[in-house]
Design a protein around this ligand. Structure first.
Ligand SMILES: [Ca+2]
Ligand SMILES: [Ca+2]
Length: 224
């Protein structure tokens, strides 16, 4: 009888550990509470989505805990153009278990669902500036900004260019450039502290370079 009770008890513990371990994983990624189990699974208790597959195959330790960090943060598991870290509010993967969840203006998105992503309109990728554009390069380094960053543009034809920064609600936060630029490479510093404090919080923003009716967009992530 003693053995039967022991077996039942062990079985109970095993089941307990199994279900708890999975729930624990929600607390092992930043803002994991937002989508709960659906962060990693297509349906409740169903198969894993692509983020869940990445976690399950490459980012669990021996005890089954999620190894959140820069490597997992920089992947774009669902292929929606935003990294796992960007979607969860920790673009550099520096959040640690037990830390408060990163607060993100504009929301947290599901890294395993390609339909869950920031609405940034017509984001243009780095490689697809049209050949007839007046610039041949528009980049910002780093794209995750604490205070300072630098925009580089290569100007083909001297022209009046404007670079503005918008939040995801379409509100203009500031103007970085509004000037005639001669042909060649031009570097423009950004200091986040120059913008009105109440307009800037952690989250996605859009850099919009425009001339005439043309616009090229870059996404950045500001961390305050
Ligand atoms: Ca993504
Ligand atoms: Ca997503």
């Amino acid at each position: 009888m003693k053995y039967i009770i022991l077996i039942f008890f062990i079985t109970y513990l095993m089941n307990l550990n199994f279900s708890d371990a999975r729930e624990f994983r929600v607390a092992q990624i930043p803002n994991g509470n937002k989508f709960q189990c659906l962060t990693c699974h297509i349906t409740q208790g169903g198969p894993r989505n692509n983020f869940g597959k990445d976690v399950g195959t490459k980012f669990l330790d021996m005890s089954g805990n999620v190894k959140w960090g820069p490597d997992l943060a920089k992947l774009d598991s669902d292929g929606d153009g935003f990294t796992n870290g960007e979607e969860l509010g920790d673009p550099e993967g520096i959040w640690e278990i037990g830390n408060p969840d990163p607060i993100v203006m504009g929301g947290v998105y599901n890294p395993g669902d390609k339909n869950s992503k920031p609405n940034v309109g017509f984001v243009v990728d780095a490689d697809n500036i049209p050949d007839d554009a007046k610039i041949s390069l528009f980049e910002v380094m780093p794209s995750t900004i604490y205070d300072l960053a630098e925009i580089t543009i290569s100007v083909r034809n001297g022209y009046h260019f404007k670079i503005e920064i918008f939040n995801l609600f379409g509100l203009r936060v500031g103007t970085i450039l509004n000037d005639y630029i001669v042909p060649g490479e031009c570097r423009i510093p950004i200091n986040i502290n120059d913008f009105e404090k109440e307009k800037i919080g952690s989250g996605f923003y859009i850099l919009r370079l425009s001339y005439d009716s043309n616009a090229i967009i870059r996404k950045i992530f500001i961390l305050k």
